[in-house]
Design a protein around this ligand. Structure first.
Ligand code: UDP
Ligand code: MG
Length: 302
């Protein structure tokens, strides 16, 4: 059986369509399935609609979070609750073409353990968004050593991989990268990102920036090493300036030198503050992990 995890946040227009389309495709191919909708604390009728679908079709189940915990948490909740021999993750807005699930399933039958959906095209996105996404994926790709530029959350994982992911103690887990990082026999399926069926994107700019920061820091400590590099650069600058100042002093041509002092002061000050900020960010992450709060809280299940 294949479990299909579908995170949904304020997707009332899409629940019915997603449930119908995906179950129709899987039934046509005679693939035993369960659909697992995860309502990520929606403020609209999403949960009601999921319950209706679950009442109509015994293959459809739903999880309801007590509030909005974010897509990553929704995916992990779905993975944990899924019971299939393999588990797929797909967006509720059908931007990931569900027909590809069949292709992925067939590859899984052939023995692949992780089948990744790879974006052939990124669909409609604004210029600024594209540039930001590119930078983000460049950093993540370097951090994981895997090309992530076209990665997405559209994946099918074998039970083995699901078990590994679900048992990871990390709270700030980044599904897209982590599922590549764990290895296993991997295949890729290319797909074109579709137009969103209904509603608008659930990501505000603020949410995206915090998502990017969280995921970068959960995968790499590079920003912290930047601090060291800046320190070394400052040291070199300090030595050069120090020697010059001494030489001038000895030769008796030392001037007031206020400019240098002010520039140096501002420069070191700002670098120290930035560095402290970066360290603080990691400290906050460690604090969060140490607190050991659950990644999500389930309010209801159907
Ligand atoms: N989503 C979620 N929680 C959130 C934000 C989004 O579960 O806090 C779900 C959303 O319902 C959808 C998927 O994540 O199924 C992708 O979201 P969206 O289509 O808004 O993102 P985009 O396609 O614009 O990247
Ligand atoms: Mg979308």
């Amino acid at each position: 059986m294949v479990s299909v995890v579908i995170p949904a946040y304020n997707e009332e227009e899409n629940i019915r369509r997603a449930a119908d389309t995906i179950s129709r495709i899987l039934e046509r191919e005679k693939i035993p399935y369960e659909l697992l909708f995860v309502n990520d604390g929606s403020a609209d009728r999403t949960w009601e609609l999921i319950r209706e679908e679950a009442a109509e079709n015994p293959n459809i189940h739903g999880l309801c979070f007590s509030r909005n915990f974010g897509k990553e948490s929704a995916i992990f909740a779905g993975l944990r609750e899924s019971r299939g021999d393999c588990t797929a993750v797909i967006d509720c807005d059908l931007q990931h073409p569900p027909e590809k699930l069949v292709e992925m399933y067939r590859l899984w039958e052939k023995g692949y353990e992780i089948i990744e959906g790879v974006k052939r095209s990124r669909g409609e996105e604004s210029g600024g968004h594209k540039a930001a996404a590119k930078t983000f994926y460049r950093i993540i790709s370097r951090a994981t050593g895997i090309d992530m530029s076209n990665a997405s959350d559209f994946k099918l994982l074998d039970r083995k991989a699901v078990t590994v992911l679900v048992n990871m103690p990390e709270k700030n887990a980044f599904f897209r990268a982590l599922s590549s990082w764990i290895g296993f026999k991997t295949a890729k399926v290319e797909y074109d990102v579709q137009e969103r069926q209904a509603g608008t994107s659930k990501w505000s700019t603020r949410k995206l920036i915090s998502y990017a920061l969280t995921n970068i820091t959960s995968f790499t400590t590079f920003p912290m090493q930047v601090v060291t590099v800046l320190g070394v650069i400052m040291l070199i600058v300090a030595i050069v300036l120090g020697v010059t100042a001494l030489v001038q002093k000895i030769m008796g041509v030392a001037l007031g030198g206020f400019t240098t002092v002010i520039i140096l002061l501002c420069f070191t000050g700002s670098i120290i503050m930035i560095s402290l900020g970066i360290i603080g960010y990691y400290l906050a992450k460690i604090y969060e992990e140490v607190k050991g709060r659950p990644r999500y809280i389930l309010a209801e299940k159907v």
